[in-house]
Unconditional design. Structure first.
Length: 238
């Protein structure tokens, strides 16, 4: 299990770096990006997460009679409603494949109208590619798993990620960490994502050790079996 968790964290660290740095056609700028507000409750002992939040979709160049979403099959109990524009909600959610969904609004979304969706879901008990939730460390990559609702070919987004974990756990995620010491002590972590990325994170009982110098570095030190040496990560990750 130690080797499994270590490799998982290394994969997620690569995902964090790739999400922030890799070029591609799915990196639109400004108002054309999906905007997320995710509230994530991690329950490592139960190998589970519960998520609720909102998703702002940018206006389109034509009318939309349905909205497509992708959510990994490791998640379940998905509920989605259309909040905006007025008169389009709550909409009808239909499952297309094991990981693809369509929301049919009460009326077509007109050209130039943005859409606000509110959703909730849970899951994560299954182990998947670069996805594991557990008391010995959790790692989740949005590059490999659509653990949050992703939209068509716009795989990257911006927004806020708010985590709730048991006291004693820490979270490292994409975005700027806005967590205060008192919030962290209570198991609450906040990250603001201003660059277009696919959201990834890691969580566990660990501390972060920074070292300055000609080659600044940062280490993750777990309080259980995983050693500092085995958890050393590439400087570019951070």
């Amino acid at each position: 299990m130690v080797r499994f968790i270590t490799l998982g964290v290394l994969f997620v660290s690569a995902s964090l770096s790739a999400s922030a740095q890799a070029p591609g056609v799915d990196k639109p700028a400004g108002a054309s990006l999906p905007q997320y507000e995710l509230n994530i409750r991690l329950m490592p002992e139960a190998h589970k997460m519960e998520v609720e939040g909102t998703l702002r979709l940018p206006p389109a160049d034509s009318n939309r009679e349905s909205l497509g979403l992708r959510l990994s099959e490791v998640m379940r109990d998905l509920h989605v409603e259309v909040v905006e524009p007025p008169g389009a909600g709550p909409g009808d959610l239909k499952k297309r494949t094991t990981s693809e969904w369509a929301i049919e609004p009460a009326r077509p979304i007109a050209k130039g109208e943005s859409v606000l969706l509110r959703f909730s879901y849970s899951g994560g008990e299954q182990i998947a590619v670069v996805f594991y939730l557990g008391p010995d460390g959790s790692f989740v990559s949005g590059v490999n798993q659509a653990w949050y609702p992703q939209v068509g070919d716009r795989l990257r987004g911006r927004g806020a990620l708010n985590f709730s974990v048991p006291p004693g756990y820490s979270v490292y995620s994409v975005g700027r960490n806005g967590t205060t010491a008192s919030e962290a002590a209570r198991g609450n972590f906040r990250f603001e994502v201003t660059d277009p990325v696919r959201f990834s994170f890691g969580a566990g009982r660990y501390s972060v050790i920074s070292r300055s110098g000609s080659v600044p570095s940062r280490y993750i030190c777990c309080t259980r079996e995983i050693t500092l040496k085995s958890m050393q990560l590439a400087v570019s990750t951070f």
